[in-house]
Design a protein around this ligand. Structure first.
Ligand code: URA
Length: 485
């Protein structure tokens, strides 16, 4: 028997090099003991067996390596031995990946599927709790998760892409992934009580879950298949499930009775009259008071379905105001504008054009997320003219308090929100327009439009145009600074 040591339960890289040497020496699969755990060493003596120093051109489909790398993260103790057997058989043309009845191929596909599912669940069910702010001003979060398999290193890069601007910690019983100042490191696992206590983010998750829960479409079996009960203990929103299920029949009836009405542009006049006669709770004489009032806005129906009002963000002294369309799914949960995919593209493009997001006031023409539920997803839906008109009340107040010199409208909704009437983007793009004393309007496309372009070349061209629009905005700001001496 040949004993081969790997550095950890998931040391696929060493498995690959060692398997290659063993294959070159034509070592039969049954002759190898793969050891990932120091305790196994007692079984075959302390020392690993010396490996033959031969090399070989391994003849296996590339897809095998992809599947094998994931299967190597399965909790199956036999995984490295089974993978070597498969490698051996594939290399000797004794089986084919396409043979779905071969027990080894069935084994490989099952393990791959289980690992992919586990990764998917980790992406869906990690819930961060806020723990503070770092000395560099980065928000800090921590999360606890219990995966079924050894998937941490495969699953965590997703969170780096998704939350590059925060510092965070994901602790599992086996690994701790730390992302601090843009650097990801792993150490040993930990315990749940290392994490911060329950916080407001968990409330947001509950609000979000309650808002997307559709009692009329409740299928308890499908729901528990998608969100298995064993994850519930770490999901703040899962506490709501029993009561939401219990009340679903009544709520479904209520929903039928009060089916959502699309906001009617003609209602704008009536609403405006109501506004004039309605008493204001607090005088709106500061931006903070405006923001506080906007949180309870019911000027249109969108407030009934969105999780919260997403207000503008940035210094009140900002000289540049950038206006988008409406918050997206992620903004709706976090309560901050432009933090999702379109926001990331905007951030990169701003940096590219020399505009600092931190000195800019970023806001939206519409402050609530409008969406259509599709299964468990919420699909963005364009605000209509009535909704934009209603929200213009808030945008105008923001303009009044921020007093930007330049407004950059991104997309047709933003343009309508700023102008108060419809305008064709192509008529305004590339132009500077004095819309009020000392206030210049520039117009460009919305970054989400760029993300939706299917053709890569076209996307490149449009991105370059978008950046050129931002560069024009930066230049105008600079000219104004120079002119004012
Ligand atoms: N798109 C927008 O227009 N605004 C956001 O805040 C996010 C996406």
């Amino acid at each position: 028997m040949i004993a081969v040591d790997l550095k950890s339960e998931t040391d696929f890289a060493s498995w690959r090099t060692r398997a290659r040497s063993l294959l070159a020496a034509d070592i039969q699969p049954g002759m190898i003991a793969w050891r990932t755990n120091p305790a196994d060493r007692d079984l075959f003596g302390e020392q690993p067996s010396p490996l033959p120093e031969r090399d070989i051109k391994v003849r296996v489909p590339r897809q095998f390596l992809t599947l094998a790398e994931r299967a190597a993260c399965h909790r199956d103790d036999e995984r490295f031995a089974r993978l070597y057997r498969l490698l051996y058989r594939l290399h000797h043309r004794d089986c084919a990946l396409s043979d779905k009845s071969d027990p080894d191929i069935i084994w490989l596909e099952k393990r791959d599927k289980a690992v992919r599912r586990d990764i998917h669940k980790m992406h869906a069910f990690v819930r961060f709790r806020a723990s503070g702010v770092s000395e560099f001003g980065r928000e800090q979060f921590g999360a606890w998760f219990e995966p079924d398999n050894y998937i941490e290193e495969l699953a965590v890069p997703f969170f780096v892409r998704r939350f590059p601007n925060m510092d965070w910690l994901i602790v599992t019983p086996r690994r701790t992934a730390r992302y601090v100042d843009g650097e990801l490191t792993y150490t040993d696992g930990g315990a749940r009580d290392q994490l911060p206590a329950e916080d407001a983010v968990e409330d947001q998750w509950r609000t979000y879950f309650a808002s997307i829960f559709n009692p009329a479409r409740l299928k308890t079996k499908a729901m528990t298949a998608e969100m298995p009960k064993r994850y519930w203990k770490n999901l703040p929103e899962a506490q709501l499930i029993p009561s939401l299920i219990a009340s679903s029949t009544t709520r479904a009836r209520e929903m039928q009775a009060a089916a959502p009405q699309p906001a009617n542009p003609r209602a704008a006049t009536i609403m405006r009259q109501r506004e004039l006669t309605a008493p204001q709770a607090e005088p709106l004489n500061t931006l903070a008071a405006v923001n506080a009032a906007a949180r309870t806005c019911t000027r249109c129906d969108l407030c009934r379905h969105a999780s919260q009002t997403v207000l503008g963000e940035g210094p009140q002294s900002a000289r540049l105001m950038i206006v988008g369309e409406q918050p997206g799914d992620q903004e709706d949960i976090a309560g901050r504008p432009f933090i999702g995919p379109a926001g990331k593209l905007l951030d990169q493009s701003l940096a590219h054009s020399g505009i600092e997001r931190s000195t800019t006031y970023l806001t939206n023409a519409v402050k609530h997320f409008k969406f259509t539920p599709r299964g468990k997803r919420r699909i963005h839906s364009k605000p209509n003219a009535g909704e934009i008109n209603q929200c213009r009340w808030w945008l105008n107040l923001e303009r009044e308090f921020v007093q930007p010199e330049i407004i950059l409208a991104m997309g047709a909704t933003a343009l309508r929100g700023v102008l108060g009437r419809a305008g064709r983007l192509t008529d305004y793009r590339g132009q500077t327009l004095e819309i009020a004393k000392g206030v210049t309007l520039l117009t460009t496309v919305h970054p989400a439009y760029l993300l939706r372009l299917p053709d890569a070349d076209r996307r490149e061209q449009e991105l370059a145009r978008f950046r050129a629009d931002l560069a024009q905005t930066a230049m105008l700001l600079e000219e104004r600074t120079r002119a004012s001496g």
